[in-house]
Design a protein around this ligand. Sequence first.
Ligand code: BJW
Length: 271
Amino acid sequence: MSSSSHGPGFSIVEAAQAIRTSQRLVVLSGAGVSKESGIPTFRDAMDGLWAKYNPQQLATPGGFQRNPKLVWDWYSYRREMLSGVQPNPAHFAIAEMEQCLSHIVIITQNIDGLHQKAGSTDVIPVHGDIRLNKCFANCQGDPTYIDVEALTGWDPESGPPRCPHCGAYVRPAVVWFEEMLPHAAIERAFALTQAADVMLVVGTSGAVQPVASLPFMAQAQGAVIIEVNPEMTPITSIARWHLAGPAGEILPQVVAAMKSSSTHEGTMNAS
Ligand code: BJW
């Protein structure tokens, strides 16, 4: 059912009720949830990162091997872009859902740490974390994190530093195309998906595997899918509710409806 069948308000109330009465809610988020914090998405035609930059060059292991300095500098630029950025009302609304529900887990493709910053307590960053670095060879096990602040005699202008254990280049601890996702994170994401009764999918184009398959897995085993996205995606076809609009506007309304229905129920029970 799309939000247009009875007007967006009606769908928001229904979706809020489904979330509030869920037993095992999973939130799946993508770049769209951070858009209103000022972080560009990847696939927006106008200002998406992949409209300006070549993912083969900048987000693959081969790209890094061909030109480590170019890739390192691009991530330094993105780290700088993220340094002053704050969570937006969408992140805060998702964090606030924990006040109504004890069982909320967020599987995020985002590497920006904003769900955690907003106060969400159980976040699975399946595409890594841009704030961390690791050895390209993972020489001490996967991942071999490296604290670049602790390295001496390295000039940040000269490209990536070398791993102090093996001498391989240090790289951002994010997941590039053609790379496996962190094993424990994706295994847990699959297990939660198999058990979910409601999946709230926010701000992802559903273009990148294996994460794009999660809503389909959830729906196949009986979960209700709620999608928040101003655009239609491949996930829209399986969504019970597609709440069309920016997450920073829609999700606070969902949380308000969750709270008002629980207050209303409390009043009914008391009388
Ligand atoms: C709003 C909004 C608002 C706007 N409110 N919403 C052929 C060859 C090789 C590989 C493959 C292949 N075919 C398939 C593959 C696998 C590949 C893949 O899926 N490719 C497809 C693109 C075709 N996947 C992988 O390679 C993955 N690994 C893997 O599969 O391992 C097995 C394997 C091994 C060897 C060979 C092949 C397979 C790894 C994927 C890693 C993705 N990495 C990135 C970069 C992370 C680091 C960084 O940031 O630099 O992750 S790519 C980028 O896409 C990033 C994102 O997490 C990911 C998903 O994007 P997301 O979040 O959905 O963003 P957008 O921009 O796409 O969508 C934003 C949405 O928000 C839109 O819908 C808007 O409408 C909406 N929106 N404003 C709410 N205000």
